[in-house]
Ligand binder design. Structure first.
Ligand code: HEC
Ligand code: HEC
Length: 426
């Protein structure tokens, strides 16, 4: 790619805007400094060798939006898969994307809050990457983050908190990848015609392509929708009716083919980007949330945005405990009881307060009563949203596991924690 003197490094600008919402500065170099090439998000030249991509989607599910600059190709997807599972991508070689986004947990990490590569605690719970391509915005509460290519800069280059910790190590990480013959070959195949394809821009593009391709529409609920009446148990069917009832209101916020109101698709005429306060906290009687997790207010500075978060997809939700943006609810049954009460009262401690009485809480979270059987039914419905094929699909799995003898993740730091899936369960 030809160098340009223009400074409209929009990828970089996007990351800054994604990150300063925490009120923090990030010196984000990305490829601009490290490769001596200014990144301009112009479309790749149409290349002869890039193969087309086929979405395999059930009827009624439109393809997700894909930026013109970064079309889907099988080569980029496969490269992105390797990068996603490669600890060499973090500054100190101890953490991969997959450390916090584990396939067997629908790409979450099982912790209330994630721990970054340098041991820093993230204020938030690792999000599931189920059908992430259709999300209208990314992360738990950022209306400005609307492209995966922008979002992926956050774990790579974010410093508050440090996740992958690449800042200051940009060249080191590129050198690690350039030293690997397999990457030289894979980057060349994914970005044909580029003289030096191992760049941060292309790393981000490949990771975005992989995460965009993480697709899950094969749960018992999907099979029921496709006409298999017996795919859902009688209990799950009763739970489904409760979920979609006006008494419970769940479906207003967890709606549509991805069970999230914050859903978009290719060619969408109107994109809704909803965020809600569900009454988890009310520290001061005026609706305050803990200072490190104020939701959309951190971006907009609007006091009315206090505690507003994106409604997550409920697909694979039985695999993604603990729950909510800060992992503060341990089980699905407790989540249901939280909605029954119409918010959460915290009796003691620094966050004491009655979320049920928060003036900022959505009117759709007003509480209801369930019998024990109805609660079990609703739980059975939520469990019917688990797609076993998603968490076992080899296309999404760790490519380094197949050949442990050549596992490059091991060679980098001997004491690195293992990336092997935790086979003991959730
Ligand atoms: C230290 C753990 C950690 C690492 C490493 C990590 N993530 Fe995340 N990821 C998170 C957390 C926590 C969130 C929620 C962030 C927020 O709301 O501010 C998240 C959110 C995301 C999202 C947004 C999902 C959505 O529904 O909006 C994507 C996409 C994502 N991560 C991809 C990646 C990729 C790709 C990598 C590797 C480059 C990566 N993550 C590395 C913890 C991590
Ligand atoms: C007003 C909109 C709204 C309604 C109504 C609503 N939810 Fe939610 N739901 C949300 C939001 C927003 C979050 C994330 C809140 C947070 O993290 O602070 C959430 C989180 C969840 C989670 C946790 C998901 C995760 O990945 O951590 C589950 C489970 C859930 N809701 C189920 C339900 C059920 C069941 C109902 C009906 C009883 C329901 N919701 C009603 C908006 C809503």
């Amino acid at each position: 790619m030809r160098s340009s003197t223009r400074s409209d490094c929009s990828l970089r600008g996007a990351a800054r805007c994604a990150l300063t919402w925490r009120g923090l500065f990030i010196a984000l170099a990305v490829g601009c400094i490290t490769t001596g090439t200014v990144m301009v998000l112009s479309p790749q030249p149409a290349s002869a060798s890039a193969r087309p991509w086929t979405w395999h989607l059930p009827p009624g599910v439109p393809p997700p939006p894909v930026p013109a600059a970064n079309p889907m190709t099988p080569e980029k997807f496969e490269l992105g898969r390797y990068l996603f599972y490669d600890k060499r991508l973090s500054g100190n070689g101890t953490q991969a994307c997959a450390s916090c986004h584990q396939q067997q947990r629908a790409f979450t990490d099982g912790r209330p809050r994630s721990i970054g590569s340098t041991g820093e605690e993230h204020p938030r719970n690792a999000q599931s990457l189920t059908n992430v391509a259709w999300n209208a915005t990314f992360t738990w509460a950022n209306p400005l983050l609307t492209e995966l290519e922008q979002q992926i800069l956050v774990p790579l280059f974010g410093e508050f908190p440090v996740e992958m910790g690449v800042v200051g190590k940009e060249q080191l990480v590129l050198d690690r990848l350039r030293a690997d013959a397999r990457y030289r070959q894979m980057f060349a195949a994914a970005f044909p015609g580029e003289r030096d394809p191992i760049t941060w821009k292309n790393i981000v593009y490949a990771l975005a392509t992989f995460t965009r391709g993480l697709i899950s529409f094969n749960s018992p609920y999907d099979r029921y929708l496709a006409g298999d009446e017996r795919a859902l148990s009688p209990s799950a069917l009763r739970g489904m009716r409760l979920f979609f009832s006006e008494a419970l209101e769940c479906h207003h916020c967890h709606t549509g083919f991805n069970l999230s109101a914050s859903t978009t698709f290719s060619g969408a005429a109107f994109i809704e980007r909803p965020f809600f306060n569900t009454g988890l906290y009310n520290i001061d009687g005026k609706g305050a949330y803990p200072p490190d997790n104020e939701g959309v207010k951190e971006v907009t500075n609007d006091p009315l945005d206090m505690g507003r978060f994106r409604p997550p997809t409920l697909r694979n939700v039985a695999l993604t405990a603990p729950y909510m943006h800060d992992g503060s609810i341990a089980t699905l049954e407790e989540v249901i009881r939280f909605y029954e009460r119409g918010g959460r009262r915290i009796a003691r401690g620094p966050y004491a307060g009655d979320g049920r009485l928060s003036p900022l809480k959505s009117g759709l979270v007003s509480g209801f009563r369930l019998t024990d059987q109805e609660r079990r039914d609703l739980l059975a419905f939520l469990e019917s949203l688990t797609d076993e094929s998603f968490i076992t699909d080899p296309r999404y799995s760790d490519p380094f596991r197949a050949s442990p003898a050549h596992d490059p993740q091991r060679s980098i730091v001997n004491s690195a924690p293992s990336l092997r899936p935790n086979t003991s369960g959730k």
